[in-house]
Every structure is written in C-alpha cells, then in structure tokens.
Design a protein around this ligand. Structure first.
Ligand code: ADP
Length: 483
C-alpha cells in the first residue's frame, strides 16, 4: 500500500471537524472483494451521530453561506489539485475496497477532480434575474440562495465520483453536507473528508457518517434541518427515501436504477458498435447504472455482432484490480454473483444460448466470466431487471419501431445507446427513446459538462452540466416597492 493510501484510509466519522468513533464503539468490517480479506473497519453509527453531524453542518452553514462564490471556488480549485496530486493513492484505496481495475479507479479519481473543477467554475455563475415589472413604482429581483444542509447517500460502484457530483455543487452553491457512503466502500467517501480538511474548508462544512443505512437514512429524512437529500442507489431504496422525505418536504434528487438498451441497426458500423458495446457493458464489471442491460440487434447483422461481441468478451483479462493488465475485477460480493447466475439459468431455461463465458471465473471468489447470451427473449428476467454484472443478453429485432418499443418497455429510463449510419434514423431513434441520456454511435457518454440523470423510475434531477447546481439552490423572488 502506498504511504499516502494509508493516510487517506480514515477509519472514523468526520463530525464538526473531529474524527470520531460511533457512540457505542461498534464497527463494521470492510473487505477487499478481490481477496475477501479484511482491510479495516469503520464506525457503525446510528441516529445520534447523524443528528450531531446535521447540527454541525447547520452551524457551519450560517457562516459558509455568507462566503463569496469566488472564495468557495478557490477552495474547490485547491481540492481539485489535491485530488489529482494524490490520484495514485486514492485510486489504490478505491480498488482495494471496490475491486475495479486500477486503470478504471484512476479514471474515476480523475473525473472526481473534473467535477470539482467544473462546479468551482459553475458556482460563480448562479445568476438571478431582474424582471420587467408590471408596476411603475416597483421592481422585481430574482436571486439564488443555497438550500441549506444537504445530505448525500451514495452507493459502492463509484464511491468517489458519485460524491464528487454531489459535494461539488453543494459546496459551490454555499451549502454544507452530511455524507453517508456505502458500507462496502466507505474509505473513498471518508477520503473526501481528509481532502476537504487539507484544502482548507472550515470545520463542519463537510461531515461524513458511516454505519447503519436504515438509522442514518431515517434521521436524515426526519430531521427538518436537512433541506435536500441527494441519493444515488437502487430504485427500491430511492422510493423509500422519497416517501420519508415527504414528511419534511425536502428537495430530493434521485439517481436510481437503469435498464439501458443498446440498439444496433443493419446500417451500423459493426466494429464500432462492438467497441462501444464492450465499454457500455463491461465497465466496472457491468456494475454501473448506465451499463447496457439489453442489446437489441437487427436481424441482418445479428450473427456477425454476436460473434464479434463473444470474441471480444473472451479476450477480457479478469483479475485482481491491483494487478497490472487487469481489465475486469471481481463483482462486489457473493450475492451479486448469485444474481448473475440466476439470470443465466433463467435465460438458458427459456432458450437463451451462452456463446461466451457463462460461469464463475476460475479465480474463484466473486470473479465472473464475461458472458454473452444469444437468442435473448422478452420473457427472460433481464428484460425487466437490472443485471449489474458482466452479462450481455442479445435480442434480435426486425424493424425500427419494434426496437424502440422493446427498448422503452421498462419502468426505467436512464441511459440508452443506438448505432446507425443513417442520420435520419439517428434523429428518429433519439427522439423515440424515453431515456434521460442517449449515446448515438457512442458507448461511453458520461462527462462533467453534460447533465447526467434519468426519467421515469430512474430518477429525478441532473448531476453535472450547468443544470447540476440548480438542485442545490432555492430561487427567491424579491419585490421592491415605493420607488
Ligand atoms: P445498491 O444496490 O447499489 O447497494 P442501495 O440502494 O441498496 O443500492 O444502496 C445505496 C446506498 O443507500 C448505500 O449507501 C446504502 O447503504 C444506502 N441505503 C440502503 N438502504 C437504505 C435505507 N433504508 N435508508 C437510507 N439509505 C439506505
């Protein structure tokens, strides 16, 4: 382990500028999914610690909100530089707790830094309006103000960057935060605390609590001081949190599950489509909410696409993310492997054909072979459910209308992809897909400059882009009379 990695591996909560244990002293073990060995512990906190973190954030908010956008931007730029200076250590920490390859982990740290820089810039442009008044003696101003204390709950698949796009806009807008990282991958979350301290953010501006998701979540939702909840995770938990937030009418942003379709038309460049398919499917071992869940391929190119995708899948180097050359790490845990096995059993029982992989990897543990299933049919489980693993089901279709109908036949609406050489078709398909994001002839579309987010049960709100700071601001109308 790099020396700096152990420096950033904090095994305590950060509340009001103090690194402290849970009141009970209880801890949760954190393991490396590649080795299943314990790497450390974090506090198992509950309601009381969360309440104190929220109060610390509220106290800090009173002065933080009065700082200038320019001062906040300077601190964020310092944070950006610190992240990049420590990219190797932060990536090593990420791989150790999450499993992804070091190359992907370094990429995630780089995009975390990029989000911080983006919001350091955007925070200086939260313009209001002056509106032509209907009254001769009155004037109308519209201003933007920080919403207040923001709570952020994040998942294990991108434990660093999911926080970057919440902490970044929150701090830039003048909000303070209480963060709850996922228990499987808490260290990349806690590292944000250490980095923010080093960058010079005042005590209490960033607070981080690890522990019981239910208890921490309940306190966050019930506490009236929290004015916004930003959540990335499953649709199931997102719905529970939205319901609970109703009691205190908080703003909510939800980045929830996906069921991304990937359409390949007869007129597509097949090699380019396969290249896009590999990243859209296997990034983070298939464990991203924008990973392709269903490939729909037109009959004229179906066999060629399946053959090329299977061949490419067989070349992926599976291994410990820390080993040089590894392209695909393990799945997060045994449960994730069992779920993938269930999808494969269900599909093969209904006529699906395994044309690559199909089994646990010989490395054991939670490693799984990159898998392609041909002859996928709409009655198979993965038509409706998110796979979250390295399994690529390939459906066959005849017409454009049929492809769009199949692609939209889901309650989700996050990312979608389509490959075609026809400009007219690209527009028709783009407009026909009921998704928050569409990649046309591109399989990897996330970037800080663009608004990331879904429609339908994939969520509410946008992260990144100029839109990404809006949810952290309240709009205030001021009427000045008696002129
Ligand atoms: P995933 O399938 O990615 O683990 P989850 O929605 O289960 O998705 O988890 C995402 C985040 O939500 C994690 O930080 C997890 O601990 C947290 N979480 C899970 N259940 C709850 C809950 N009832 N209340 C608040 N947070 C929760």
């Amino acid at each position: 382990m790099l020396q700096k990695t152990s420096h950033y591996m904090r095994q305590a909560n950060l509340i009001g500028g103090e690194w402290i244990q849970a009141d009970s002293g209880a801890t949760i073990d954190v393991t490396n999914p590649a080795t299943t060995l314990k790497i450390g512990t974090v506090p198992k906190s509950g309601k009381a610690e969360t309440r104190r973190a929220i109060e610390a954030a509220q106290t800090a908010f009173e002065s933080w909100r009065k700082t200038t956008a320019n001062d906040r931007s300077k601190l964020l730029r310092k944070l950006h530089d610190l992240i990049l200076e420590n990219q190797d250590a932060l990536a090593e920490l990420l791989t150790m707790e999450q499993g992804k390859s070091l190359t992907e982990a370094k990429g995630e740290i780089a995009i975390s830094a990029a989000y911080i820089l983006w919001f350091a810039e955007e925070g200086r442009r939260t313009y209001g309006d002056t509106v032509p008044s209907p009254w001769a003696e009155r004037r109308i101003l519209v201003t933007k103000e920080p919403v207040g204390v923001v709570a952020a709950i994040t998942p294990w698949n991108f434990p660093s960057s999911m926080l970057a796009r919440k902490i970044g806009p929150a701090l830039a807008a003048g909000c303070t935060v209480v963060v709850k990282p996922a228990s499987q991958t808490p260290y990349s979350g806690l590292a944000w605390g250490a980095l923010c301290e080093e960058a010079g953010f005042p005590k209490g501006v960033v607070n981080i609590v690890t522990g019981s998701a239910g208890e921490i979540g309940d306190e966050i939702c019930a506490n009236p001081l929290v004015r916004k909840l930003t959540f990335t995770g499953s649709t199931e938990v997102g719905k529970i949190l939205m319901e609970k937030c109703a009691a205190t009418v908080k703003k909510v942003s939800m980045e929830l599950g996906g069921n991304a379709p990937f359409l390949v038309f007869d007129d597509a460049d097949i090699d380019r489509a396969v290249e896009g398919a590999m990243v859209a499917k296997y990034r983070n071992s298939g464990q991203t909410c924008v990973c392709t869940n269903r490939f729909f391929v037109q009959e004229g190119v179906y066999d060629a696409f399946v053959e090329k995708l299977a061949a490419a899948s067989n070349t992926l180097k599976v291994g410990n993310g820390l080993d040089a050359g590894t392209q695909q790490g393990p799945l997060i845990d045994e449960k994730a492997v069992e779920k993938v096995e269930e999808f494969i059993q269900d599909a093969t029982a209904k006529g699906g054909k395994v044309v690559a992989g199909g089994k646990r990897h010989e490395l054991g543990g939670s490693f799984f072979q990159p898998t392609v299933i041909a002859e996928a049919k709409p009655d198979m489980m993965f038509m409706k459910e998110e796979i979250f693993g390295p399994l690529a089901p390939v459906f066959r279709f005849k017409t454009e209308e049929e492809a769009i109908q199949l692609a939209n036949d889901t309650q989700f609406g996050l990312a979608s992809y389509a490959y075609t050489g026809s400009l007219n078709r690209a527009f028709r398909v783009m407009e026909g897909l009921k998704y928050g994001m569409v990649g046309i002839n591109e399989g990897l579309i996330t970037t800080v400059e663009a608004p990331f987010g879904g429609v339908k049960e994939s969520g509410l709100g946008k992260e990144g882009g100029h839109q990404g700071i809006e949810d952290y601001l309240d709009t205030k109308y001021v009427c000045i009379g008696g002129l």
